[in-house]
Write a protein that binds this ligand. Structure first.
Ligand code: DON
Length: 302
């Protein structure tokens, strides 16, 4: 069976199964989205992009943006970032504050919210929030080769109004001296970065630079690609990362908008979207689709 035929069958199977999970209602704008949706796009090394389902529908990439923010910051300051943030899985929820006190304000990794706030703060060093956002949006547009990618301001406003946990995390980080910019600048930049809207096709194309595909624009060194993939594998789905590695075996990053960027290094960049989430806050049907795709293609790195 061809990969294209497999994707069409997968789309039908996912819709038949219809165990959609629950949308993220702690961001009210995302809570209004119909969970019964599914799309997938697979960008291959030769430049082809295969799709099935709602692959051209825009969605809020949310925490998937943390991969691109990290890529920008590693490009700018490199290894110094690790003085401020670790690279170990936390085993806690993405928005947990628990370890932050025990570990004196140094977040476990750049993908949990506390760590992502530090990365955003680093982007703000010597830059205004507008400039920092232009940098991350510019990176994503260049990676995807698509200038139409934009920020959904209504989603950003919605999270800004209700993001009390992130506000707590930012001030807590600041109390340890691990946030340099004013917390409201960091939070404002962060919610806009998370509110980048992309389709599966756009996200799969942007992920080509992380996958190191032959057709990808050169934006990231091989070493940085390896490091980002290692962090995606160990920390990309938070306290669900072990389960995801067990089922899928590829580096990936999830977002509470239901997006999933999955990397088959050197082979493919895969974007999956289904807005209903599982108990870890990761796309429920998206994870199942990634598992099926890994079985079909043999793209597990193990
Ligand atoms: O900070 C938040 O809570 C959201 N803007 C992003 C969280 C997220 O996507 C977690 N991922 N599954």
């Amino acid at each position: 069976m061809s990969l294209d035929q497999f994707l069409q069958d997968l789309d039908r199977d996912i819709r038949d199964r219809a165990e959609w999970g629950a949308v993220a209602d702690y961001i009210p704008e995302l809570g209004r989205i119909d969970p019964a949706q599914f799309g997938i796009a697979v960008a291959l090394a030769d430049g082809q992009v295969l799709t099935a389902g709602q692959a051209r529908t825009g969605f809020s990439i949310q925490s998937v943006s943390k991969v691109f923010a990290l890529a920008c910051v590693l490009g700018r300051i490199g290894e110094q970032l690790w003085l401020r943030v670790g690279r170990e899985p936390s085993g806690d929820r993405f928005d947990s504050i628990l370890l932050l006190e025990q570990e004196k304000g140094r977040p476990r990794n750049p993908f949990i919210n506390a760590g992502a706030l530090v990365v955003t703060d680093e982007m703000l060093t010597g830059r205004s929030p507008q400039q920092a956002l232009a940098e991350v949006l510019g990176f994503v547009r260049a990676a995807a080769g698509d200038d139409a990618i934009h920020i959904d301001k209504a989603v950003a406003r919605s999270e800004a109004r209700t993001g009390h946990r992130n506000t707590a995390l930012a001030h807590y980080l600041r109390s340890f001296g691990n946030l340099k910019a004013p917390p409201d600048h960091v939070l404002g930049t962060y919610v806009h970065q998370c509110a980048i809207e992309m389709s599966c096709v756009q996200l799969a194309r942007a992920g080509r630079v992380i996958a190191g595909l032959d057709c990808a624009p050169t934006l990231l060194s091989k070493v940085k690609q390896r490091r980002i993939n290692a962090l995606m594998m160990t920390c990309g789905q938070y306290d669900g990362s072990g389960n995801f590695a067990f089922r899928v075996g590829m580096p990936a990053k999830s977002g509470v908008g239901g997006g999933l960027l999955v990397i088959a290094p050197g082979k493919a960049s895969i974007a999956i979207w289904s807005p209903g989430l599982d108990g870890w806050g990761n796309s429920q049907m998206g994870t199942l689709a990634a598992e099926r795709l890994a079985e079909f293609t043999g793209w597990s790195v193990f």
